[in-house]
Design a protein around this ligand. Sequence first.
Ligand SMILES: Nc1ncnc2c1ncn2[C@@H]1O[C@H](COP(=O)(O)OP(=O)(O)O)[C@@H](O)[C@H]1O
Ligand SMILES: [Mg+2]
Length: 367
Amino acid sequence: MGKHRKANAFVEFERVQKSYDGKTLVVKDLNLSIGRGEFLTMLGPSGSGKTTCLMMLAGFETATHGEILLDGMPINNIPPYKRGIGMVFQNYALFPHMTIAENLAFPLEVRKMGKSEREEKVKRALDMVQMGQFGGRRPAQLSGGQQQRIALARALVFEPELVLMDEPLGALDKQLREHMQFEITNLAHQLGITTVYVTHDQTEALTMSDRVAVFNDGRIQQLAPPASLYEEPENSFVAQFIGENNTLEGVVKELSGEKALVELDDGELIDCKPVNVTSVGQRTRVSIRPERVEANPDRLHPDAHTLKAEVLEFIYMGDVFRTRLRVAGRDDFIMKSRNAPDQVRLKPGEHIKIGWMPSDCRALDAL
Ligand SMILES: Nc1ncnc2c1ncn2[C@@H]1O[C@H](COP(=O)(O)OP(=O)(O)O)[C@@H](O)[C@H]1O
Ligand SMILES: [Mg+2]
């Protein structure tokens, strides 16, 4: 079985398509291979097909086309209780009439585990999420954050090899969410669990994941570790969706292996790294991260490309300064500078020179 399986792949989507109505595909030709023990996040806007993928993997939906393999076995051939999949969703769905300990024991009873072993596992799972004191309470007697920890413990209590989480932290406040992000990744790595995590929050995806699959319109736009996703977006959608991004539009004038000369719409010429452009004459969107833009001549690299800019707005944010500039005819160009002792605080109306390294300036598709 699975001759073309990747080594160590634990979950595989092979040319998976899904339609609910027999007409429109909400998942289009999805190929994805998830390693054993990997923490993989599906990130994308609402409606991009993330939950559908998770539901197919869990076995609550069937693929219209293609195959999903779990440890090399087509998932359809594995009865749900043998899939060993733990699940956590946004609405915790704990049983309200049961105590916390009974809630946790439930997946073990379903698996016909004996009482003493059950009690031992429940205790361990509660300790794991630091909720050891709460076994006798009912869900309504816990805060949202505590309930979510219990939901996590319940997903882990039967020691699944695979855990699926769909926006599990969406309902929590910022501080608790950040704490839980840390807790979930720690637990997953510590227990060697393969995790498929769904979120529309890019910060969450970047901070938690080994790799992130960026979804849009039923397709994976890019699959990469967080740093490459942020620093080397492969198309305009990913560049826009992940982090803040400056976009300048123009036409490719010259193209060689590692350099693209782009004429911006105001006539200015700049050197870029060709990423998603293939021919001279093609329209392109050039993408530059705000923190890669420099206005301080002392900090500017000799090889940096420079452009004229006008300061429109200076926003003091404490740790960083956010300066809005008019550049190449656009007035939404953002520069982010660290609040260092020698950093200049620019004033609206000033005419300055800004610069960046051509390697930080990526020529992408025009959308
Ligand atoms: N049970 C369903 N029946 C019909 N259409 C659905 C169903 N679930 C999701 N969809 C549609 O499939 C598309 C993808 O939805 P979903 O997988 O929930 O996206 P996401 O989780 O990324 O927000 C959306 O257009 C949604 O309206
Ligand atoms: Mg969803």
